[in-house]
Design a protein. Structure first.
Length: 448
């Protein structure tokens, strides 16, 4: 019965996605992060829900959504994203012509298709989310998609006394406990800062529940990279909060409670990490990082293309060390070394340029918003910034360079940038139409 209900909801959404493509973006986001089909027990489990939503959304945007399209979407971040997308294709073509890399070409081609779908929907998000209301709704979908997952996992942790790791839905980007912790850290800022812009009391309460459940869930993941990312995310939230003293006090009390009620297994795992003791997992990371550096010496421009790390033949050629856990456990274990090994220094450089551009844009957006008296923009910029920093920190220990939530943060940055420009343009128009009113408004700003 559950499978029929899930598939019925997806099929019922198809006409809405076609005639209102923006609704398709919301459904795509919900499916990508919440993965409702993974709650099915039979045919719904592997039902192609993403394709069923994506196709009518794309067709609707082309055929029926002209009035809803975003104009002037080709910002600096979009251009960099397109260049990075092209570079992914170039490195794949290069790998196809290198005999050493022939063993992972099929997997690389599949990964290129997956990444292309993500980037395509990222651009569609920029194209269709063209108002403050739409942006707010999209952020709510992201926050609750991860937040409800966190609530379920927290209940499981409570029932089992925190003795077991929590995981995301199988067969997804967040299936692994480390990836699940990464996603929740990136979503923490959304949940927290949305409470400042959400006017409905019920939704505010639900966001708070999701926020605290996500913190607990990151701890229950037993992820050391997740713990580091959590500390950074909470620290940023405390700094950006209007009530810094209260936030800092809460952070301190939270640390005391964690240390007081954490299980012995959790304390042992985190204690070894804090003391610098390297277990098998940490040793694997060091070996994989050295592999990426050695590979980049021979292929500094293009790297080895997608899925280079799992290719045992290539891995053994560029590392003479014995990999703890065997060569079946090869993996990049870092977004930076993953890009270096798979996309070369050029790909890594483009990624870092994109990240830097996002940081500069978010900073300028906050300044422009204050100048244009658009204070609603500030918490949105903070939540994107918090998610970005959490990704960069936790991602240093996870091979998630093509994580769809990161590229959605890129889209959110671009959308916010465009909306602030539109707000400033309206301010200029208002000044031209009513110069006396505008002058009075500017005088009030100077006085305040």
């Amino acid at each position: 019965m559950r499978d029929y209900a899930i598939v019925a909801i997806i099929l019922a959404a198809v006409p809405f996605c076609f005639f209102r493509p923006y609704v398709g973006i919301l459904f795509w986001t919900w499916i990508s992060y919440f993965n409702p089909h993974r709650y099915g027990w039979s045919f719904a489990y592997n039902f192609p829900v993403a394709q069923v939503i994506a196709v009518p959304t794309l067709l609707g945007a082309i055929l029926t959504g002209r009035q809803d399209r975003q104009r002037h979407m080709f910002t600096r971040e979009v251009v960099l994203l397109l260049i990075l997308w092209v570079w992914f294709g170039i490195t794949l073509i290069h790998a196809m012509n290198v005999p050493l890399f022939i063993g992972h070409i099929d997997d690389a081609t599949d990964q290129m298709l997956t990444v292309s779908k993500i980037l395509l929907m990222t651009l569609m998000t920029v194209l269709l989310v063209n108002s403050r209301e739409r942006l707010h709704n999209l952020l709510l979908v992201i926050a609750f998609s991860f937040g409800v997952r966190a609530i379920f996992a927290t209940v499981f942790g409570y029932q089992t006394g925190g003795q077991f790791k929590v995981y995301g839905p199988p067969g997804t980007f967040i299936a692994d406990n480390n990836d699940f912790a990464l996603a929740l850290n990136m979503a923490l800022g959304l949940m927290f800062f949305l409470t400042r812009s959400e006017s409905r009391p019920l939704l505010r309460r639900l966001l708070w529940i999701c926020f605290f459940s996500s913190i607990v869930c990151v701890l229950l993941s037993y992820s050391r990279g997740g713990l580091l990312g959590l500390a950074v995310a909470i620290g940023l939230i405390a700094v950006r909060s209007k009530r810094k003293l209260l936030a800092s006090t809460f952070l301190f009390v939270g640390v005391i409670l964690v240390m007081g009620f954490a299980t012995a297994t959790w304390k042992g795992r985190m204690g070894d990490f804090a003391q610098g003791n390297l277990d098998e997992s940490a040793q694997q990371r060091l070996v994989s990082w050295r592999f990426a550096i050695n590979l980049a010496k021979d292929y500094p421009v293009t790297g080895g293309g997608f899925e280079t790390f799992p290719d045992v033949r290539v891995f053994q050629r560029y590392t003479k060390e014995q990999l703890p856990g065997g060569f079946l456990s090869t993996g990049p274990h870092s977004i930076y070394f993953q890009l270096l090994g798979e996309q070369g220094y050029v790909g890594l450089g483009l990624f870092l340029l994109l990240v830097t551009s996002m940081g500069l844009t978010l900073r300028r957006v906050r300044r422009s918003a204050r100048a244009a008296a658009a204070q609603w923009v500030v918490p949105y910029a903070y939540l994107i910034e918090t998610g970005l920093v959490a990704y960069l920190v936790s991602g240093a220990f996870l091979g998630r360079a093509y994580f769809d939530l990161f590229y959605q943060l890129v889209a959110l940055t671009v959308i916010l940038k465009i909306l602030v420009r539109q707000e400033a343009f309206r301010q200029v128009q208002s000044a031209q139409l009513s110069p006396s009113v505008f002058a009075a408004h500017r005088e009030e700003e100077v006085i305040s």
